[in-house]
Write a protein that binds this ligand. Structure first.
Ligand SMILES: Nc1ncnc2c1ncn2[C@@H]1O[C@H](COP(=O)(O)OP(=O)(O)OP(=O)(O)O)[C@@H](O)[C@H]1O
Ligand SMILES: [Mg+2]
Length: 253
């Protein structure tokens, strides 16, 4: 008996999952300068020094998240093979739609030992959450890189960027090191910070420019080669998609 699915066979894909939004490319193409700046800014992690704070700017689909995830994976692998490097903990949080309390609470819950009860949702305030964060950071020790994606969407970002970078110099933490990686679509984000934060926040800025048609072709060809069977995705289709996106915002998505 034949059912509605029995005649279906895989025809064009070898690995359709590489086309999904959640796919993380193993290789980042056409971002060599950004990767070099990023690795330069992260090098202190390998030598047990306090990491630089890093802010990435650029419009949608320019590889900010993909490059950051790639750099974190590469850095963890490098730390693993260097005996002299401290333990590295990476935490990634998307700030969209979240309050500062929610973000700090999320971090605390990630750091708590598995058998501990989570930080309460009600009854305590953001200051309490920061206190708990500091004690968990010191309990674990090592270096903590905290990635705040869409950081411009966070309410009270001034408090976050005043507190965390100063946690060590203010004596809140002594046995751990913290670095912030902020990601934003908004190039004027820094200008929107309070004067106090602007004056004191030290960071390396890396800006992601739109991809041109040639760069998009390289990225799309590589991805299509992983996704489709040979001959299923013609170069002319890649060139057309690359040209259209380059004319628009240079978005690889
Ligand atoms: N240089 C690249 N090499 C390979 N794939 C890339 C590259 N740049 C972007 N991509 C792919 O394009 C898509 C969008 O990239 P990504 O999510 O990193 O963009 P983004 O800059 O974080 O955008 P948004 O601001 O919307 O979050 C992802 O599927 C990513 O894997
Ligand atoms: Mg992103």
């Amino acid at each position: 008996m034949s059912g509605p699915f029995s005649d279906l066979t895989e025809t064009i894909f070898t690995d359709k999952s590489v086309l999904s939004e959640s796919y993380q490319p193993e290789e980042i193409l056409e971002r060599d300068e950004e990767i070099e700046a990023f690795s330069h800014a992260l090098q202190d992690v390998l030598f047990g020094r306090e990491p630089e704070n890093i802010f990435l700017y650029g419009k949608a689909g320019l590889g900010k998240t993909a490059v950051t995830t790639y750099m974190m994976e590469e850095l963890k692998a490098e730390v693993d093979v260097r005996e002299e490097a401290d333990d590295l903990h990476v935490h990634e949080i998307n700030c969209n739609g979240k309050t500062l309390f929610m973000v700090v609470r999320r971090l605390v819950n990630e750091l708590l030992p598995p058998d501990a009860s989570p930080f309460p949702k009600r009854g305590l305030g953001t200051g309490d959450a920061f206190d708990e964060l500091y004690s968990q950071l010191d309990r674990l020790g090592g270096t903590h890189l905290i990635v705040f994606d869409e950081i411009d969407h966070l309410d009270d970002v001034d408090t976050l960027l005043y507190e965390l970078p100063r946690a060590r110099s203010n004596g809140h933490i002594t046995d751990s090191l913290v670095g912030i990686i902020g990601i934003s679509n908004n190039y004027t984000f820094r200008q929107s910070l309070s004067a106090k934060v602007k004056d004191t926040l030290m960071e390396t800025e890396i800006s992601f420019s739109p991809y041109d048609a040639g760069e998009l072709r390289t990225i799309l060809r590589d991805r299509a080669d992983r996704a489709f069977v040979d001959g299923a995705c013609d170069d002319s289709a890649i060139a057309k998609a690359a040209a259209l996106s380059a004319q628009d915002m240079g978005n690889a998505r």
